[in-house]
Design a binder for this molecule. Sequence first.
Ligand code: PMP
Length: 435
Amino acid sequence: SEQRLRSAQLYEEALQHIVGGVNSPSRSFKAVGGGAPVFMDRAEGAYFYDVDGNQYIDYLAAYGPIITGHAHPHITEAIVAAASKGTLFGTPTELEIKLAKMLKQAIPSMDKVRFVNSGTEAVMTTIRVARAYTGRNKIIKFAGCYHGHSDLVLVAAGSGPSTLGIPDSAGIPTSIAHEVITVPYNDVPALEEALQAWGAETAAVMIEPIVGNFGMVMPHPGYLEAVCKLARQAGALVIYDEVISGFRFHYGSTQTYAAFPDHAAIEPDLTALGKIIGGGLPIGAYGGRKEIMEKVAPLGPAYQAGTMAGNPASISAGIACLEVLQTPGIYEEMERLASKLKHGLLEAAKRNGIALTINQIRGSLSTHFCDHEVTNYEQAQDTDGELFGRFFKGMLAEGINLAPSKYEAWFLTIAHTEADIDRTIEAAHKVMKSL
Ligand code: PMP
């Protein structure tokens, strides 16, 4: 539209130099009917300002990391202080110990930690470590869960729970896809069947314990206990990908969240983290039981390294972000506002005869334009993508920024206010009426 003229111009220019005009495919508007993505100029708190001077209430939160709101002063100060002392040393620094201790204290299943640069790297390495520890090669994962873009986890389900995977991306050899089995989430018998067929060869069962990638989806009561028990009976490790769920719902992760009373029964062997723990700068981390982590170089034979790993700016931003998240009551307040938003959106949908299911977990929610519950990927796929695309663009025109994907969550931050929620609900009424 003419109100986003500069964005349209920049997109044309970007297309000539950057593949697809974007540095991550999720930023393109391909899944919402095409067009130029909005080029942002700056952000503060809950708001984005684009290159044409438009303001937006942001629910993308950069796909999760920005839980404190954009440009939080405590984090910005920490980054400036770190940068002014030197951005990269290639030597150990004291602050790395501090962040490692903070993570361990919040997530006690991690005896030892290693910092990397992204969630992708963290997950990729947990798989290598699990293979090194068990001497096995296969992994079992769950349909619709996203674990970054490394070969093994970009493999889709075969035609049944006990069939081997097929590559989800060009450039992944079939031989690698054959090391992966994908089963439906929230389905104990399917996991049992896969473990019966492949359990003796399985190094790890890799799961988003609370799902953030086909909507926000909670495990059924007892499901995580069953996953841990079945994996261990087969001699496989359990890996939790908490790249999204880490510090998202409380100060800790799924394995320590109060919704799961018997924490010991759902503790994984290895955990992958990212996003929030870097306070908006690049980071990833993985950790787990001491005897497993000691397989990692320089102590053990599993190699993993990184020029940028543990860089002072990322580590300082992460510490500052976690410090902010220790403020009492903030998760409860995000939950309260998200709940208000959920009810407002449902009301708007109802008034306009639109089928809408919303999954809300504390300050995060996912909107599914379908008429049934969403507890697994198959159900999530019923979300009407064409309708979502029009909703997305309508909301954008009203100054509400969502992720351009029908599966992606809306993330509240501690910067969102009651007035922001009211404005969003008002916009949703207007947009849904026009659909
Ligand atoms: N795991 C999960 C659960 C994720 O949601 C993501 C990113 N959306 C990743 C891993 C990959 O993280 P990154 O993009 O930092 O590589």
